[in-house]
Design a protein around this ligand. Structure first.
Ligand code: UD1
Length: 340
Protein backbone atom coordinates (compact mmCIF):
# COMPACT_ATOMS: atom_id res chain seq x y z
CA UNK A 1 0.00 0.00 0.00
CA UNK A 2 1.21 3.50 -0.78
CA UNK A 3 2.51 5.59 2.09
CA UNK A 4 0.56 8.74 2.82
CA UNK A 5 2.18 12.14 3.26
CA UNK A 6 0.38 15.07 4.86
CA UNK A 7 1.47 18.32 3.22
CA UNK A 8 0.52 21.33 5.34
CA UNK A 9 0.51 24.49 3.28
CA UNK A 10 0.05 22.27 0.23
CA UNK A 11 -2.01 24.87 -1.63
CA UNK A 12 0.93 27.28 -1.58
CA UNK A 13 3.89 27.79 -3.84
CA UNK A 14 6.38 25.17 -2.67
CA UNK A 15 3.72 22.89 -1.18
CA UNK A 16 1.83 22.53 -4.46
CA UNK A 17 4.98 21.65 -6.42
CA UNK A 18 5.98 19.16 -3.73
CA UNK A 19 2.55 17.52 -3.84
CA UNK A 20 3.00 16.96 -7.58
CA UNK A 21 6.44 15.35 -7.13
CA UNK A 22 5.28 13.19 -4.19
CA UNK A 23 2.39 11.92 -6.29
CA UNK A 24 4.70 11.22 -9.24
CA UNK A 25 6.90 9.21 -6.87
CA UNK A 26 3.94 7.04 -5.87
CA UNK A 27 2.95 8.58 -2.54
CA UNK A 28 -0.61 9.35 -1.52
CA UNK A 29 -0.89 12.97 -0.43
CA UNK A 30 -3.35 14.86 1.75
CA UNK A 31 -3.20 18.64 1.54
CA UNK A 32 -4.09 20.75 4.58
CA UNK A 33 -4.17 24.51 4.16
CA UNK A 34 -6.16 27.44 5.52
CA UNK A 35 -5.76 29.38 2.25
CA UNK A 36 -4.53 32.41 4.17
CA UNK A 37 -1.93 33.17 1.52
CA UNK A 38 -3.18 30.99 -1.34
CA UNK A 39 -6.40 29.88 -2.96
CA UNK A 40 -7.88 26.74 -4.48
CA UNK A 41 -6.20 27.36 -7.84
CA UNK A 42 -3.03 25.73 -6.50
CA UNK A 43 -4.94 22.61 -5.49
CA UNK A 44 -6.79 22.49 -8.81
CA UNK A 45 -3.51 22.88 -10.69
CA UNK A 46 -2.05 19.98 -8.74
CA UNK A 47 -5.12 17.84 -9.47
CA UNK A 48 -4.90 18.63 -13.19
CA UNK A 49 -1.18 17.90 -13.41
CA UNK A 50 -1.40 14.63 -11.48
CA UNK A 51 -4.79 13.53 -12.80
CA UNK A 52 -5.66 12.61 -9.21
CA UNK A 53 -8.33 13.98 -6.94
CA UNK A 54 -5.84 14.78 -4.17
CA UNK A 55 -7.75 15.29 -0.90
CA UNK A 56 -7.78 18.86 0.38
CA UNK A 57 -8.74 19.73 3.95
CA UNK A 58 -9.26 23.40 4.76
CA UNK A 59 -7.95 23.91 8.25
CA UNK A 60 -5.64 25.98 10.37
CA UNK A 61 -2.80 23.96 11.88
CA UNK A 62 -3.44 25.84 15.12
CA UNK A 63 -6.84 24.17 15.32
CA UNK A 64 -6.00 21.06 17.33
CA UNK A 65 -9.45 19.49 17.01
CA UNK A 66 -9.39 19.85 13.22
CA UNK A 67 -5.85 18.45 13.10
CA UNK A 68 -6.84 15.46 15.23
CA UNK A 69 -9.81 14.76 12.99
CA UNK A 70 -7.49 14.81 9.98
CA UNK A 71 -5.14 12.30 11.62
CA UNK A 72 -8.20 10.16 12.52
CA UNK A 73 -9.52 10.25 8.97
CA UNK A 74 -6.23 9.51 7.19
CA UNK A 75 -3.47 7.11 8.11
CA UNK A 76 -0.54 9.51 7.80
CA UNK A 77 3.01 8.13 7.50
CA UNK A 78 4.93 11.39 7.19
CA UNK A 79 4.31 15.12 7.35
CA UNK A 80 5.92 17.93 5.38
CA UNK A 81 5.19 21.16 7.20
CA UNK A 82 5.11 24.17 4.88
CA UNK A 83 2.25 26.07 6.51
CA UNK A 84 3.72 29.34 7.76
CA UNK A 85 3.83 33.07 7.15
CA UNK A 86 6.90 34.26 5.26
CA UNK A 87 6.95 38.05 4.82
CA UNK A 88 10.01 39.43 6.57
CA UNK A 89 8.79 43.06 6.86
CA UNK A 90 5.36 42.06 8.09
CA UNK A 91 6.96 39.89 10.77
CA UNK A 92 8.84 42.91 12.11
CA UNK A 93 5.58 44.90 12.29
CA UNK A 94 3.48 42.04 13.68
CA UNK A 95 5.78 39.67 15.56
CA UNK A 96 3.06 37.94 17.58
CA UNK A 97 1.21 37.04 14.40
CA UNK A 98 4.38 35.22 13.30
CA UNK A 99 5.20 33.62 16.63
CA UNK A 100 1.64 32.37 16.99
CA UNK A 101 1.13 31.17 13.44
CA UNK A 102 4.59 29.72 12.80
CA UNK A 103 5.58 28.41 16.23
CA UNK A 104 2.32 27.42 17.87
CA UNK A 105 1.10 25.64 14.79
CA UNK A 106 4.31 23.62 14.55
CA UNK A 107 4.09 22.66 18.22
CA UNK A 108 0.46 21.64 17.73
CA UNK A 109 1.40 19.59 14.69
CA UNK A 110 4.17 17.79 16.59
CA UNK A 111 1.83 17.07 19.50
CA UNK A 112 -0.88 15.68 17.25
CA UNK A 113 1.67 13.68 15.24
CA UNK A 114 2.99 12.17 18.47
CA UNK A 115 -0.53 11.29 19.63
CA UNK A 116 -1.20 9.46 16.38
CA UNK A 117 2.20 7.78 16.19
CA UNK A 118 3.40 9.66 13.11
CA UNK A 119 7.17 9.62 13.30
CA UNK A 120 8.49 11.34 10.19
CA UNK A 121 8.53 15.11 9.92
CA UNK A 122 10.10 17.38 7.30
CA UNK A 123 10.35 21.03 8.25
CA UNK A 124 10.65 23.92 5.77
CA UNK A 125 13.60 25.92 6.97
CA UNK A 126 15.51 28.66 5.22
CA UNK A 127 18.98 29.92 4.46
CA UNK A 128 17.86 32.94 6.42
CA UNK A 129 19.12 31.07 9.51
CA UNK A 130 22.72 31.73 8.33
CA UNK A 131 22.33 35.51 8.12
CA UNK A 132 25.52 36.80 6.49
CA UNK A 133 27.92 33.85 6.87
CA UNK A 134 31.57 34.63 7.61
CA UNK A 135 32.68 31.96 5.15
CA UNK A 136 30.98 31.04 1.87
CA UNK A 137 29.53 28.82 0.59
CA UNK A 138 27.44 27.98 3.67
CA UNK A 139 27.58 24.37 4.83
CA UNK A 140 25.13 22.89 7.32
CA UNK A 141 27.90 23.40 9.92
CA UNK A 142 28.10 27.13 9.24
CA UNK A 143 27.06 28.81 12.50
CA UNK A 144 23.60 30.31 12.54
CA UNK A 145 23.57 34.05 13.13
CA UNK A 146 21.12 35.79 15.45
CA UNK A 147 17.94 36.27 13.45
CA UNK A 148 17.30 39.78 12.18
CA UNK A 149 13.52 39.39 11.96
CA UNK A 150 10.77 37.52 13.81
CA UNK A 151 10.25 35.53 10.60
CA UNK A 152 13.88 34.38 10.65
CA UNK A 153 13.58 33.71 14.34
CA UNK A 154 10.61 31.39 13.78
CA UNK A 155 12.70 29.34 11.35
CA UNK A 156 15.51 28.99 13.90
CA UNK A 157 13.11 28.22 16.73
CA UNK A 158 11.19 25.61 14.76
CA UNK A 159 14.46 23.90 13.81
CA UNK A 160 15.33 23.75 17.52
CA UNK A 161 11.85 22.57 18.49
CA UNK A 162 12.15 19.71 16.01
CA UNK A 163 15.69 18.85 17.17
CA UNK A 164 14.68 18.80 20.85
CA UNK A 165 11.48 16.86 20.24
CA UNK A 166 13.38 14.24 18.25
CA UNK A 167 16.02 14.03 21.01
CA UNK A 168 13.35 13.40 23.65
CA UNK A 169 11.56 10.77 21.60
CA UNK A 170 12.46 7.15 20.99
CA UNK A 171 10.91 7.00 17.56
CA UNK A 172 10.51 10.46 16.00
CA UNK A 173 12.66 11.42 13.01
CA UNK A 174 13.01 14.89 11.59
CA UNK A 175 14.67 16.57 8.64
CA UNK A 176 15.01 20.34 8.27
CA UNK A 177 15.57 21.50 4.71
CA UNK A 178 17.21 24.90 4.47
CA UNK A 179 16.03 26.41 1.20
CA UNK A 180 18.03 29.08 -0.51
CA UNK A 181 15.97 31.26 -2.91
CA UNK A 182 13.17 29.23 -4.52
CA UNK A 183 12.07 30.53 -7.93
CA UNK A 184 10.32 29.40 -11.11
CA UNK A 185 7.19 27.41 -11.78
CA UNK A 186 6.01 24.01 -12.96
CA UNK A 187 6.73 23.40 -16.69
CA UNK A 188 2.96 23.03 -17.26
CA UNK A 189 2.49 26.63 -16.01
CA UNK A 190 -0.50 25.31 -14.05
CA UNK A 191 1.09 26.09 -10.67
CA UNK A 192 3.55 28.77 -9.61
CA UNK A 193 4.13 31.60 -7.19
CA UNK A 194 1.12 33.87 -6.66
CA UNK A 195 2.01 36.53 -4.09
CA UNK A 196 -0.85 38.59 -2.71
CA UNK A 197 -0.22 42.33 -3.08
CA UNK A 198 3.14 43.81 -3.97
CA UNK A 199 5.77 41.05 -4.18
CA UNK A 200 8.67 41.21 -1.73
CA UNK A 201 10.76 38.71 -3.64
CA UNK A 202 12.81 39.43 -6.71
CA UNK A 203 11.47 37.02 -9.34
CA UNK A 204 7.74 37.69 -8.82
CA UNK A 205 8.57 41.41 -8.98
CA UNK A 206 10.44 40.85 -12.24
CA UNK A 207 7.65 38.83 -13.84
CA UNK A 208 4.98 41.31 -12.73
CA UNK A 209 7.05 44.17 -14.15
CA UNK A 210 7.45 42.31 -17.45
CA UNK A 211 3.67 41.75 -17.45
CA UNK A 212 3.03 45.46 -16.92
CA UNK A 213 1.49 44.99 -13.46
CA UNK A 214 4.39 46.91 -11.89
CA UNK A 215 5.95 49.87 -13.57
CA UNK A 216 9.58 49.39 -12.73
CA UNK A 217 11.78 46.94 -10.85
CA UNK A 218 13.98 48.53 -8.19
CA UNK A 219 17.35 46.86 -7.81
CA UNK A 220 18.33 47.23 -4.19
CA UNK A 221 21.94 48.37 -4.25
CA UNK A 222 24.85 48.22 -6.70
CA UNK A 223 27.54 49.17 -4.21
CA UNK A 224 27.99 45.83 -2.48
CA UNK A 225 31.36 44.17 -2.27
CA UNK A 226 30.53 41.71 -5.07
CA UNK A 227 31.78 41.43 -8.68
CA UNK A 228 29.01 43.64 -10.14
CA UNK A 229 28.00 45.42 -6.94
CA UNK A 230 24.60 43.70 -6.54
CA UNK A 231 23.77 41.00 -3.99
CA UNK A 232 24.59 37.35 -4.59
CA UNK A 233 22.03 34.61 -3.94
CA UNK A 234 21.55 30.93 -4.71
CA UNK A 235 18.35 30.65 -6.78
CA UNK A 236 16.89 27.15 -6.63
CA UNK A 237 14.26 25.91 -9.05
CA UNK A 238 11.00 25.09 -7.27
CA UNK A 239 10.59 21.73 -9.03
CA UNK A 240 14.11 20.71 -8.00
CA UNK A 241 13.29 21.90 -4.49
CA UNK A 242 10.07 19.86 -4.51
CA UNK A 243 12.06 16.75 -5.46
CA UNK A 244 14.37 17.32 -2.49
CA UNK A 245 11.32 16.87 -0.24
CA UNK A 246 10.53 13.53 -1.86
CA UNK A 247 14.06 12.30 -1.17
CA UNK A 248 13.82 13.53 2.44
CA UNK A 249 10.53 11.71 3.03
CA UNK A 250 11.83 8.51 1.39
CA UNK A 251 15.00 8.67 3.46
CA UNK A 252 12.96 8.59 6.66
CA UNK A 253 10.37 6.06 5.52
CA UNK A 254 13.11 3.73 4.23
CA UNK A 255 15.15 4.13 7.44
CA UNK A 256 18.15 5.56 5.64
CA UNK A 257 18.81 8.36 8.13
CA UNK A 258 22.26 8.60 9.67
CA UNK A 259 20.85 10.62 12.58
CA UNK A 260 17.27 10.93 13.71
CA UNK A 261 17.46 14.71 13.21
CA UNK A 262 19.21 15.94 10.09
CA UNK A 263 19.64 19.23 8.27
CA UNK A 264 20.30 19.72 4.55
CA UNK A 265 21.00 22.79 2.45
CA UNK A 266 18.85 22.87 -0.66
CA UNK A 267 20.37 25.14 -3.27
CA UNK A 268 22.38 24.95 -6.50
CA UNK A 269 25.78 25.86 -5.08
CA UNK A 270 25.99 28.71 -7.58
CA UNK A 271 26.03 32.41 -6.67
CA UNK A 272 23.99 34.62 -9.01
CA UNK A 273 23.86 38.40 -8.78
CA UNK A 274 20.70 40.47 -9.12
CA UNK A 275 22.03 41.93 -12.40
CA UNK A 276 22.83 38.46 -13.75
CA UNK A 277 19.35 37.27 -12.85
CA UNK A 278 17.69 40.25 -14.53
CA UNK A 279 19.90 39.94 -17.65
CA UNK A 280 19.23 36.22 -17.91
CA UNK A 281 15.49 36.79 -17.56
CA UNK A 282 15.60 39.33 -20.40
CA UNK A 283 17.73 37.10 -22.62
CA UNK A 284 15.82 33.82 -22.28
CA UNK A 285 12.42 35.47 -22.60
CA UNK A 286 13.51 37.87 -25.29
CA UNK A 287 12.20 41.02 -23.65
CA UNK A 288 13.42 44.21 -21.98
CA UNK A 289 12.69 44.91 -18.37
CA UNK A 290 12.13 48.37 -16.97
CA UNK A 291 14.47 48.65 -13.99
CA UNK A 292 16.45 51.16 -11.97
CA UNK A 293 19.05 50.92 -9.26
CA UNK A 294 17.99 52.29 -5.88
CA UNK A 295 19.53 52.16 -2.41
CA UNK A 296 20.11 49.02 -0.41
CA UNK A 297 17.11 47.33 1.23
CA UNK A 298 17.50 47.33 5.01
CA UNK A 299 18.12 43.86 6.37
CA UNK A 300 19.50 42.38 3.13
CA UNK A 301 22.63 40.29 3.39
CA UNK A 302 25.31 40.86 0.77
CA UNK A 303 25.99 37.30 -0.33
CA UNK A 304 24.80 33.83 0.54
CA UNK A 305 24.98 30.59 -1.38
CA UNK A 306 24.98 26.93 -0.52
CA UNK A 307 27.49 24.18 -0.22
CA UNK A 308 25.28 21.33 -1.41
CA UNK A 309 27.73 18.47 -0.85
CA UNK A 310 25.71 16.93 1.96
CA UNK A 311 22.44 16.82 0.01
CA UNK A 312 24.29 15.29 -2.94
CA UNK A 313 26.08 12.59 -0.98
CA UNK A 314 23.38 11.78 1.58
CA UNK A 315 20.09 12.47 -0.18
CA UNK A 316 21.40 11.71 -3.66
CA UNK A 317 19.75 14.98 -4.68
CA UNK A 318 21.15 17.68 -6.92
CA UNK A 319 19.58 20.69 -8.62
CA UNK A 320 19.04 19.88 -12.29
CA UNK A 321 17.08 22.59 -14.05
CA UNK A 322 19.12 25.40 -15.58
CA UNK A 323 18.60 29.03 -14.57
CA UNK A 324 17.49 29.71 -18.16
CA UNK A 325 14.72 27.12 -18.01
CA UNK A 326 13.66 28.21 -14.54
CA UNK A 327 13.34 31.85 -15.59
CA UNK A 328 11.44 30.82 -18.72
CA UNK A 329 9.01 28.88 -16.54
CA UNK A 330 8.53 31.87 -14.23
CA UNK A 331 7.55 34.01 -17.20
CA UNK A 332 5.26 31.35 -18.72
CA UNK A 333 3.46 31.14 -15.37
CA UNK A 334 3.07 34.91 -15.06
CA UNK A 335 1.73 35.12 -18.61
CA UNK A 336 -0.84 32.43 -17.90
CA UNK A 337 -1.96 34.13 -14.68
CA UNK A 338 -2.36 37.45 -16.50
CA UNK A 339 -3.95 35.95 -19.57
CA UNK A 340 -1.11 37.23 -21.81
C1 UD1 B 1 13.98 36.88 1.42
C2 UD1 B 1 14.07 37.03 2.88
C3 UD1 B 1 14.39 35.68 3.48
C4 UD1 B 1 13.29 34.71 3.11
C5 UD1 B 1 13.10 34.66 1.62
C6 UD1 B 1 11.83 33.91 1.34
C7 UD1 B 1 14.79 39.33 3.34
C8 UD1 B 1 15.88 40.21 3.83
N1 UD1 B 1 15.07 38.03 3.25
O1 UD1 B 1 15.26 36.46 0.92
O2 UD1 B 1 14.47 35.79 4.87
O3 UD1 B 1 13.62 33.42 3.57
O4 UD1 B 1 12.96 35.98 1.06
O5 UD1 B 1 11.65 33.76 -0.02
O6 UD1 B 1 13.72 39.79 3.07
N2 UD1 B 1 15.78 42.45 -4.80
C9 UD1 B 1 15.76 43.58 -5.59
N3 UD1 B 1 14.56 44.13 -5.90
C10 UD1 B 1 13.37 43.63 -5.47
C11 UD1 B 1 13.38 42.46 -4.67
C12 UD1 B 1 14.60 41.91 -4.35
O7 UD1 B 1 16.81 44.07 -6.00
O8 UD1 B 1 12.32 44.20 -5.78
C13 UD1 B 1 17.07 41.81 -4.50
C14 UD1 B 1 17.36 41.72 -3.01
O9 UD1 B 1 18.05 42.86 -2.57
C15 UD1 B 1 18.20 40.45 -2.95
C16 UD1 B 1 17.68 39.59 -4.09
O10 UD1 B 1 17.00 40.49 -4.96
O11 UD1 B 1 19.53 40.77 -3.21
C17 UD1 B 1 16.73 38.51 -3.63
O12 UD1 B 1 15.71 39.11 -2.84
P1 UD1 B 1 14.44 38.28 -2.35
O13 UD1 B 1 13.83 37.56 -3.47
O14 UD1 B 1 13.58 39.20 -1.55
O15 UD1 B 1 15.07 37.17 -1.40
P2 UD1 B 1 16.04 37.32 -0.12
O16 UD1 B 1 16.10 38.71 0.34
O17 UD1 B 1 17.31 36.64 -0.45
Amino acid sequence: MSKCVLVTGGAGYIGSHTTVELTAAGYDVVIADNLSNSDMSGVEGVRTITGKNIPFIELNCLDRAAMEKLFEDYKIDAVIHFAAFKAVGESVAEPLKYYSNNIESFVTLLQVAEKYGVNNIVFSSSATVYGQPDVLPATEQTPRKPATSPYGNTKQMCEDILRDTVAASQSLKGIALRYFNPIGAHPSALIGELPKGVPNNLVPFITQTAAGVRECLSIFGDDYNTPDGSCLRDYIDVVDLAKAHVTAVSRMLDDKNKERYEIFNIGTGRAVSVFELVNTFEKVNNLKLNYKVVGRRPGDVESVWADTTLAETELGWKAERSLDDTLKSAWEWEKRVRGL
